[in-house]
Design a binder for this molecule. Sequence first.
Ligand SMILES: [Mg+2]
Length: 162
Amino acid sequence: MTIAVDFDGVIHSYRRGWQDGSIYDQPMPGALDGLRQLMEQDAVFVFTSRNTQQVADWLFERGEFNITWEPPGETTCEFWNDRDRLLVTNRKLPATAYLDDRAVRFTNWDQALADLMPDQETSGRDLEDAMQRMKERTKQAVQAELRRLMRKASRSPSRIPR
Ligand SMILES: [Mg+2]
C-alpha cells in the first residue's frame, strides 16, 4: 500500500498558519516516529504544495530519513512503492489513503455539501422544501373549504328552484 501524508498541520505543527513560506514550527507530536512506523508497512510520500527541497531538508534535519524529493514540474515516478525512502512531492500520486488535517471524507455529494455548507446549502434546501409543502397544504385546505361551501350553497333553502 501507499500512503500520502500532508505536511502542514500533520507533520509540521503549523500553529500560526502560513507565514512567509518558512517552515517555522516544531514537528507535530509523534509525527517523525509515526512516519517511520508507517514506512515499515507501507510506501509513504509527503504530498505538499510547499517547496519540496525545503520540506526534504527539514525532514532530514529532524528525522534523518532517506529522502527523495521531486522538483516541481518534474516527474520522477508514476507510482511510489519504495518503503526504504520517503518521497517528497507536490504531485498527487496514487495512494491507498491520504492523511490530511483538512480532509473531508467523500461518500456522496449530498453528504459532501452537508459537511461543507452546513448553514447555507442544506438548510436553504430544507427551508425551500418546507415552504413548498406548506403551500401545497394551504392550497388543498382552500380547495376543500371551497368545495364544502359550494355543497352547502347547493343545499341551501334559498336555492329552491321555482
Ligand atoms: Mg495541512
